[in-house]
Design a protein around this ligand. Structure first.
Ligand SMILES: *Cc1c(COP(=O)(O)O)cnc(C)c1O
Length: 815
């Protein structure tokens, strides 16, 4: 993309402030982390209800960005040029809509409740032999994602495939203007985002708006819906499983041992394809893709050949632990310029190791001449400060001189044969290759071999939950996030890193060790240690950790150490006990506390805090209000006597929800970040963060009267199918969850845990569930939820989360 500044100004209706109104931009960015070439970047400072791009401007100025679209002028402008608009998102959308008008090739627009991304990826695969396709990267289908996708178009493309997702009324008009699809696909109308609409027909009609200017729309025949559409004039190319529906195409399905055979009856001819899937979603997604090929009048044998090669789409990037303390980012199914950009962004966000390596195959479908393409790839790789590059494939290896420390291989096997000499260690490795290079072999070879149980952490869900709580705060209220106990069992460093990006104000840990680990790994946010032991004070000072001080003894010993080191104004946090009766000063300590504090300049009171005992319990409101009142009194005495102006904070997660008037200047978010609320209404807005998964090791069938496990605590009353799963109480699954009280989910169905849970294994009854050995099993996540388990086990979610043992591998991913 290349647009001159002169062209942009009238499109986005900006007033210009600053240095110049000349120049061209060739990259649009909304995220400070994904800078390519700073000079040619136009940064849109988007302002969400929770995050504000304007905050990143000083840092971007440092990095050399010169063009900004803003809704408020920053204080320091460093000779850069600012386009001031009233709404930066609208400006981005207008720019994309304008940019779209510069291209006239066919564009497919996909919307619907499910399947959009898979249909898009599959169509890309099916059509790519004949076109240079530009498509939405990953699932960029939102009000922000769609314009960014469109801005990825360039003069070499001759076909576009974009997805559009909406969550409420009146959003589609904007996306329609930006995508302007000539061919529409409505994948289906499910229940996703129902809350944003009055009823299903309203939702369906809103989605249909994407096709306002399309020549044809492909969808599954639906009578009620078509009645609503009676007046619309687009050609409708429909399909149905029912012969007498009079759809344009009738489809039958037949399940076999290798997958599903689909037969399409269309205009007196028919066509059969076999796909390696049997689930309803994959079948419908395939049908939508075949409908496009039929619409384009592809020959039967071409359709059969291409559809037979469809593959499962990996929708997200995963970080895995690799050999020799490496981290692997597995993106082994696609290779195109857009997705390379995303993968490099992801790599940059992770910042797990300083050294970064990429293993990269030939790149397809860029729409650019090969030499141009690899020059751009080289720019991208250099801008992302990649230390080593391994190129695999004849084409890319011909350009390896463009990359830093590059070694070229002609094939994946060639690389695998030499892998042991390549010394992978202490680095993050991005593995990115086109499907036919079979890079999954490389991932398997580099992956650390552990047992198959993993706790998957959804980083998007964490961001969502953080933003939800941010939205409950007054704009000036600061936020501290508790990452004690290894981020409530979910991972300390990775989560701290994410919180740092989101610019929270403080992190909280329980013990000095936890804080030292985070600081050692490079976390820069201030960290408060909640239960500092005097023996750890020295180490805390060395690592710039800030202690919570809760007793005269602790205060005196901390001051003594500071005096001996001649350190002044060291930040500390004074804790009052207002009713929890765990840690903290009380009224009767006040005189002594004041006397000590008046006589020292070694410490500075950065904040005053207290902790609520029952902010989640509506029956104890009076007690909580009393705690808040007492905190007000005690903290005020300190503030007025010492003439100081510290931060005050008392609310934990449920306090934020139930006592918003007591926000003071900061809150301490804990369990809510991890997706748990004590309030049912609020729970709906939080997303599940952790999913504990394992696999089936073995399946057997036992007869009536036979038993399972230690002490024969389960006896079958009839023929029963039993699956063994390699996770037990040593992994943190309570034995009380056995004896058919608890269950796991296999294939979306409940399989009760039978008999006693063993140390490293448990057995489930899967009699009525279709499953096979090696198949995935969900121990907790969406279903059963941690909250449900906690209730059944008469404990609290905190205990379930923090019990998962360290031997369970944590895998972090972003959607
Ligand atoms: C753990 C903790 C919190 C967070 O509590 P949640 O209920 O998880 O939100 C807040 N303050 C202190 C002092 C804590 O120890």
């Amino acid at each position: 993309m290349t647009i001159s500044i002169q062209n942009i100004i009238p499109v986005i209706h900006a007033t210009i402030h600053g240095h110049t109104n000349e120049g061209v931009v060739n990259h649009v960015s909304i995220d400070s982390r994904s800078l390519l070439n700073a000079e040619g970047t136009l940064f849109f400072a988007l302002k969400g209800s929770r995050n504000n791009g304007h905050h990143y401007i000083p840092q971007l100025l440092e990095q050399g960005v010169r063009f900004f679209v803003v809704s408020e002028m920053p204080q320091d402008t460093k000779n850069a040029t600012f386009f001031v608009v009233s709404d930066t998102l609208e400006a981005l959308q207008k720019l994309a809509a304008y940019y779209r008008t510069l291209f006239s090739f066919p564009v497919i627009g996909i919307t619907g409740s499910n399947g959009k991304t898979i249909i898009k990826e599959w169509l890309n695969f099916l059509l790519s032999p004949d076109y240079n396709i530009v498509r939405s990267p990953k699932s960029y289908n939102s009000q922000v994602g769609v314009p960014l996708s469109i801005l990825g178009m360039n003069e070499m493309h001759n076909f576009g495939i974009f997805e559009a997702g909406i969550s409420t009324v009146n959003e589609m008009d904007k996306l329609e203007e930006i995508i302007r699809p000539s061919i529409g696909i409505l994948s289906n109308i499910g229940s996703a985002h129902d809350e944003g609409f009055e009823n299903t027909s309203q939702k369906a009609l809103e989605k249909w708006k994407l096709f306002k200017h399309s020549e044809v729309v492909i969808f599954k025949k639906d009578k009620t819906f078509e009645n609503l559409l009676a007046l619309n004039t687009q050609e409708k190319f429909t399909w149905s499983f029912e012969k007498n529906d009079n759809a344009s195409v009738w489809v039958t399905t037949h399940e076999s041992s290798v997958g599903t055979e689909l037969t399409f009856y269309h205009q007196n001819s028919n066509l059969s394809v076999i796909i390696p899937f049997t689930d309803k979603a994959s079948i419908e997604n395939t049908i939508h893709c075949v409908m496009v090929l039929l619409y384009f009048k592809y020959p039967v044998d071409t359709i059969q050949k291409r559809v037979a090669a469809l593959y499962p789409v990996e929708m997200r990037l995963k970080v895995k632990n690799g050999v020799n303390n490496t981290s692997l980012i597995d993106d082994s199914y696609s290779s195109d310029y857009q997705s390379l950009k995303i993968a490099l962004d992801f790599l940059e966000h992770q910042k797990l190791h300083t050294n970064k390596t990429i293993i990269l195959s030939d790149i397809y479908q860029s729409g650019l001449p090969v030499t141009d393409l690899y020059h751009r790839v080289s720019q991208l790789i250099i801008a992302n400060k990649i230390n080593r590059v391994f190129t695999i494939g004849e084409v890319i290896s011909g350009y390896k001189h463009l990359f830093p420390n590059a070694i070229g291989f002609s094939s994946t096997n060639d690389f695998l044969n030499q892998m042991e000499h390549l010394h992978f260690q202490n680095e993050t490795i991005l593995v990115k290759g086109a499907r036919d290079f079979q890079f999954e072999k490389i991932v398997t070879a580099l992956e650390e071999k552990t047992h198959e149980t993993v706790l998957e952490i959804n980083l998007n869900a964490l961001s969502n939950n953080l933003n939800y709580f941010k939205s409950k705060l007054k704009p000036q209220t600061k936020m501290m996030v508790m990452v004690k106990a290894f981020g409530y069992g979910n991972g300390g460093f990775e989560i701290a890193k994410l919180l740092e990006h989101h610019k929270v104000d403080y992190l909280g840990v329980a013990f000095a060790d936890e804080g030292i680990e985070l600081k050692t790994l490079g976390i820069e946010l201030p960290i408060i240690v909640m239960n500092p032991e005097s023996t750890a004070f020295e180490a805390m000072i060395q690592n710039k950790l800030e202690p919570e001080i809760y007793s005269i003894r602790g205060l005196q010993s901390f001051i003594k150490i500071l005096e001996s080191k001649e350190i002044y104004h060291y930040p500390i946090h004074i804790k009052f006990d207002t009713g929890m009766h765990r840690l903290g000063f009380e009224q009767n300590n006040m005189l002594e506390l004041l006397a000590i504090l008046k006589n020292t300049s070694c410490v500075k009171i950065a904040s005053i805090l207290s902790h609520l005992a029952c902010s989640d319990d509506r029956n104890e409101t009076e007690f909580t209000l009393h705690q808040i009142q007492l905190f007000e009194n005690l903290s005020t005495q300190l503030i007025t006597t010492l003439q100081i102006n510290p931060i005050r904070h008392i609310l934990n997660s449920s306090g934020i929800s139930n006592f918003p008037e007591a926000q003071y200047n900061m809150v301490r978010l804990g369990v809510g970040l991890y997706g748990i609320s004590s309030n049912e209404e609020e729970q709906k807005y939080l997303e599940n963060v952790g999913t504990l998964k394992s696999i089936i090791s073995q399946i057997r069938t036992i007869e009536a009267g036979e038993s399972v496990g230690y002490n024969r605590r389960f006896k079958a009353s009839s023929k029963t199918k039993i699956a063994t799963i390699p996770i037990g109480y040593a992994d943190g699954i309570s034995r009380h969850w056995g004896y058919e009280r608890g269950y796991v989910t296999i294939n979306g169905k409940k399989a009760p845990i039978v008999g006693s849970i063993c140390m490293d294994m448990l057995m489930v009854n899967c009699t009525n569930i279709e499953c096979k050995e090696g198949q995935e099993v969900v121990i907790f996540g969406e279903n059963p939820s941690i909250k449900y388990m906690a209730k059944e086990l008469q404990t609290i979610s905190y205990e379930i989360m923090t019990s998962i043992s360290k031997r369970v591998k944590r895998v972090f991913y972003r959607e």
